[in-house]
Design a binder for this molecule. Structure first.
Ligand SMILES: *[C@@H]1O[C@H](CO)[C@@H](O)[C@H](O)[C@H]1NC(C)=O
Ligand SMILES: *[C@@H]1O[C@H](CO)[C@@H](O)[C@H](O)[C@H]1NC(C)=O
Ligand SMILES: *[C@@H]1O[C@H](CO)[C@@H](O)[C@H](O)[C@H]1NC(C)=O
Ligand SMILES: *[C@@H]1O[C@H](CO)[C@@H](O)[C@H](O)[C@H]1NC(C)=O
Ligand SMILES: *[C@@H]1O[C@H](CO)[C@@H](O)[C@H](O)[C@H]1NC(C)=O
Length: 402
């Protein structure tokens, strides 16, 4: 059953769907031609852009890395390293509004992607937001944060919506120090609040209902992971000290190009704290993700030696890493992360990808990393699921008659 709803020049396909129809999508490979296309709701209605089948990378046309995703009011907001040049952040303020790029086909999208400049000047001079309703189709939004000193070197932000105050806090890296900024909208602007930790990168804030707030960072130059309790979103607990919770170990997958542990992401499942972390130098093909567990967020985490790394290079996937966890409407966890586009050492060309995180009944974590293949995407209740080729033709006819 489906129907059209139109208003403001915008039409939406309203489709009654079930889990069964979602799963059959993978049986229609032709559907995905153009899937992943960024759609502009103020322009033409493009039902073919709305299928919840995806193939990685989901943001193919911008070089981005180290993502974090916030969901507010049903909408996903992604912040990452990359795509902010000096010119994007004049001291007078942060310009540019929402920009939507529509590609007529997957080929057009790939062609655009391959022509994007790689390493053509610094692109880490602040943070930009990308917006999505379904984790698959993304629109490029404005720059939302630029550091007060107007210097570049902003990587791997973390973002949290504090429902009690209504503010959105952004934990950012600026020239190898971690600070916090605050906004009243996910679209920014984020105003700098204060620096929190010197000589650190990759902040992650754990918000635990029982135990409070914990700020994890990666200390530089050691590249190990430490945590400190916070008494508010902007204040470290003065009565606690930072504690290293993931020490280096001489494990081959964590030592390619340097002995590096970074990008912590911590969540609680069934009474256990899980830390997903990346190992090796981010620029190498061997960059990978493993996990460790603990019974408290501020005690040493124990690696899962048997399963690690749970995400690593394959014949088609290069240097997958720096994960963020986000939940779909079935409450299933998804990883948003980056892959390198090339295997070559030192390649900086990274793009945003998503894949499902599976928590097995026995508590073990598993991920299949994918690139370029068609995969059934997250379950998003409001998403307008593509119903199949016949329905598509019918819809086009309905649209033509409007
Ligand atoms: C949340 O979404 C609803 C429905 O689309 C909208 O009316 C409301 O203004 C949104 N609230 C915020 C804070 O964006
Ligand atoms: C730190 O400890 C002192 C002495 O016990 C106490 O008075 C103070 O309230 C504590 N501060 C915080 C932020 O917990
Ligand atoms: C939770 O952990 C306990 C103890 O390890 C295990 O017996 C149980 O099956 C787990 N439950 C779930 C829902 O994962
Ligand atoms: C999404 O829809 C499913 C199936 O109708 C329902 O079980 C689930 O609670 C919904 N989730 C949200 C977040 O609305
Ligand atoms: C990975 O893919 C295999 C083959 O399709 C499948 O059997 C397995 O369940 C998948 N695992 C995860 C974690 O998605």
């Amino acid at each position: 059953m489906s129907s059209m709803a139109c208003g403001n020049g915008i039409c939406r396909l309203i489709l009654a769907t079930t889990a069964a129809t979602i799963l059959t999508l993978s049986a229609f490979p032709s559907v995905v031609e153009g899937r992943g296309v960024l759609h502009d709701e103020t322009a033409d209605f493009r039902p073919h852009a709305l299928a919840n089948v995806y193939s990685n990378p989901v943001i193919a046309d911008h070089i981005l890395a180290d993502p974090v995703v916030l969901r507010m009011n049903g909408t996903f907001y992604l912040y990452s390293t990359g795509d902010v040049s000096r010119e994007d952040t004049p001291q007078s303020g942060m310009p540019d509004g929402m920009e939507t790029i529509i590609f007529s086909s997957a080929e057009a999208r790939r062609a655009y992607a391959s022509s994007s400049p790689v390493n053509g000047g610094r692109t880490d001079c602040g943070y930009r937001v990308f917006v999505s309703e379904d984790l698959i189709n993304w629109r490029r939004g404005p720059v939302v944060f630029a550091p007060p000193d107007h210097l570049c070197g902003n990587w791997a932000p973390h973002v949290w919506h504090d429902k009690s105050s209504g503010f959105i806090y952004m934990y950012y890296t600026h020239r190898e120090s971690v600070g916090v900024a605050r906004a009243s909208s996910p679209m920014g602007p984020f105003e700098n609040a204060k620096m929190l930790v010197d000589r650190a990168i990759d902040p992650f804030l754990l918000v635990d209902d029982d135990l409070g707030l914990f700020l994890y960072v990666v200390n530089i130059p050691q590249s190990h992971i430490s945590v400190q309790k916070m008494v508010s979103p902007t204040e470290l607990d003065p009565n606690s000290t930072a504690k290293v919770v993931l020490e280096h170990e001489d494990i081959p997958w964590e030592c390619h190009g340097g002995q590096i542990n970074e990008a912590p992401w911590v969540f609680r499942h069934n009474g256990t704290f899980y830390m997903l972390y990346s190992g090796s130098f981010f620029n190498v093909d061997f960059y990978a993700v493993g996990y460790a567990t603990a019974s408290r967020p501020d005690e040493a985490f124990t690696r899962n030696y048997e399963l690690n790394p749970i995400m690593h290079r394959t014949d088609t996937v290069h240097g997958p890493g720096h994960v963020a966890v986000v939940y779909d409407d079935a409450n299933e966890p998804w990883l948003v992360y980056h892959q390198k586009m090339e295997a070559v050492k030192m390649g900086q060309d990274r793009r945003i990808c998503i894949d499902r995180l599976v928590i097995e009944p026995d508590g073990r974590l598993a991920v299949n990393v994918t690139r370029g293949e068609n995969v059934v995407g997250p379950l998003i209740n409001s998403s307008r699921i593509y119903p199949g080729p016949e329905m598509f033709l019918e819809l086009e006819a309905q649209l033509a008659a409007l």
